[in-house]
Design a binder for this molecule. Structure first.
Ligand code: ADP
Ligand code: MG
Length: 299
């Protein structure tokens, strides 16, 4: 095998009239952390579940770890770890028991207690999932996804519902996995998460890729810096690709004194919003949370 963990060409999936995935081409390298971003309904989960072998495609070629996931066998299952977007969370087993149970399915599993510690659940080891908070349950899902020491891990919105501290902990866990060479495909609504973790980001809208780049490469697509200031008590704004020259000129015109002068560079979020067709905006501050978030509970 070459160094591609995943190759996808011309992938399509239709549900009746809905073109959920509409001609997707993609290659993900071994050892890469790849983030798939896109608004709700863009086709992220459908794509990921096809790669995992949980859904059948309508058309196209797909190879995951050298195999067609649609014809995946037990051996394939042992090599991948999966965290679905929605898990039931109901179980008669405690967190530790669930992990023990899952570990038995793999030839070379991780140590259960070490894994519990890595996701910050050691104190909840003897608790059943229905008594965990939403974020804690997601951490158990992460633990279940990594317990088999998979070569390739799929994480569908792993940190939705996490508090900021839990997200940082999760990021560290992902970093430690990638140091061991694990390939990771994650979907997220958090731009800062993709920026921090991913080697490359694929942005998907209406079932196909609208951008595929490194976080830095995406950020570099932003065209203009935005300069704002007050003039005679009135707010002024100017977009420019040469902020230094503009500022020199502005300051010269005002004898070197400009009130409330600010220069803001477009964030990854601005670029993202432009790419998925919600942009034209340079007003939002970069908070990391994409606007689609609020809908997620009902999606
Ligand atoms: P995302 O994960 O990016 O939010 P999905 O892959 O879940 O998007 O959904 C893509 C599109 O396919 C949406 O329009 C969604 O309503 C539709 N869809 C997803 N799963 C099914 C299904 N099992 N049956 C019918 N339509 C579906
Ligand atoms: Mg989804």
């Amino acid at each position: 095998m070459n160094d591609a963990a995943i190759s996808v060409s011309g992938l399509r999936k239709t549900y009746g009239e809905v073109h959920a995935v509409d001609g997707l081409d993609l290659e993900i390298r071994r050892g890469e952390v790849f983030a798939l971003l896109g608004p709700n309904g863009a086709g992220k989960s459908t794509t990921v579940e096809i790669l995992e072998g949980f859904r059948k495609r309508t058309a196209g070629e797909v190879e995951v770890l050298g195999q067609d996931p649609q014809r995946a066998d037990r051996r394939f299952r042992e090599r991948i770890g999966v965290m679905l977007q929605n898990t039931s969370g109901r179980s008669f087993l405690t967190a530790r028991e669930s992990l023990h149970h899952a570990a038995k399915l793999y030839p070379r599993p991780r140590d259960v207690d070490e894994t519990l510690a890595a996701v910050g659940l050691e104190e909840k080891a003897n608790v059943k999932p229905q008594l965990l908070s939403g974020g804690q349950r997601r951490r158990l899902d992460v633990a279940l996804a990594v317990i088999g020491r998979p070569e390739l891990i799929f994480l569908d919105e792993p940190t939705t519902g996490f508090d900021p501290e839990a997200r940082r902990q999760f990021w560290r866990l992902i970093e430690s996995l990638t140091e061991g060479g694990t390939t990771i495909v994650l979907t997220t609504h958090y731009l800062d998460e993709a920026d921090y973790l991913a080697h490359r980001i694929g942005i998907i809208a209406r079932g196909s890729l609208v951008a595929l780049d490194t976080p830095a490469g995406l950020r570099a697509r932003a065209k203009a810096a935005h300069v704002t200031w007050l003039e005679g008590g009135e707010a002024r704004e100017h977009a420019t690709s040469e902020p230094s020259a503009f500022l020199r000129d502005l300051l010269a015109r005002h004898d070197g004194e400009v009130e409330r002068l600010e220069v803001r560079h477009p964030s990854l979020e601005d670029v993202y919003l432009d790419l998925v067709g919600l942009g034209g905006v340079a007003t939002s501050e970069s908070t990391g949370a994409a606007p689609a978030d609020a809908e997620e509970a009902t999606a």
